[in-house]
Write a new protein. Structure first.
Length: 277
């Protein structure tokens, strides 16, 4: 199976995991809509919709860069329309855009919670809803959100419940949309990393500690490869699941996970949030 000729609408694709998924699909000859806020390279995070568009085309895909704030539902609808008109449809929506703040209820500014909720949870609903008319016309439509399994161990709520709520909301939408969109033949899944992923966003959000954790992390290519295995599945063969990256890879016979390590230091990998050791 291949993603050749398929159109992927990826939010937050100007860097990190979204960029890696875009490049993986581009190597198949896919059409990639890079929908993100950054039109110029971030001084600390790097990357923009235009730098990734150039990389997509160099990798063999076709690119459409759209500046988009996923909090703006009218802008999302317009972006979906523009993408569908440009490429003749939309086959896959990847809800990759995200916001993180690990403060607890005692100290978190409510405005920061609103930001996380709008970019994480609400955007999944807004983007999926706006894409629905186009996905219904696709031969093999998919919605994939980057959100975790619903682990209700109290330890995940004890210090950063506000963030947990917004990410779990994404996963709950996956479960709900899988049921609701069955009649349209749309596969709906979530994907989450087993380990910390070495991205500029992690480095930036954790300050100096972030870079120090990279030897205990995997490269974002593991998420791209896992997403690819989900997206090439046909006829809702894989749907309604909240998956961990390495689990879907192992299911598909990809067992060499050392290739995804950030380096060959041999340090013990650090498990990500919401994942049991």
């Amino acid at each position: 199976m291949s993603l050749q000729g398929k159109t992927l609408f990826i939010t937050g694709a100007s860097r990190g995991i979204g960029r890696e998924i875009a490049l993986k699909a581009a190597r198949d000859g896919a059409n990639i809509v890079i929908a993100a806020k950054s039109t110029t390279e971030h001084p600390k995070l790097g990357g923009s919709i235009y730098t990734v568009a150039k990389e997509v085309e160099e990798a063999g895909g076709k690119a459409l860069a759209i500046q988009l704030d996923v909090r703006d539902q009218n802008a999302v609808s317009a972006a979906m329309k523009q993408a569908a008109e440009h490429f003749g449809g939309i086959d896959i929506v990847i809800n990759n855009a995200g916001a993180i703040n690990l403060a607890g209820v005692e100290t978190l500014d409510p405005n920061r919670f609103d930001l996380m909720y709008q970019i994480n949870t609400r955007a999944v609903m807004v983007c999926s809803q706006a894409a629905l008319p186009y996905l219904q016309k696709s031969e093999n439509p998919h919605i994939l959100s980057l959100s975790p399994p619903l682990n209700l161990d109290p330890k995940w709520f004890s210090t950063y419940a506000p963030y947990a709520i917004t990410k779990y909301g994404m996963s709950m939408l996956t479960i709900g949309m899988n049921q609701e969109f069955e009649k349209f033949g749309i596969s709906v899944n979530s994907l989450w990393p087993r380990t910390l992923i070495a991205t500029a966003a992690v480095e930036f959000s954790l300050g100096g500690a972030g870079k120090a954790l990279f030897p205990r992390s995997r490269k974002p290519t593991i998420m791209a490869d896992a997403a690819y295995q989900i997206l090439i599945s046909q006829n809702r063969a894989v749907t309604g699941r909240l998956m961990i990256d390495q689990e879907i890879l192992i299911e598909r016979g990809i067992t060499d996970l050392d290739q995804y390590r950030y380096d060959d230091s041999g340090e013990e990998l650090m498990v990500d949030l919401f994942v049991e050791p």
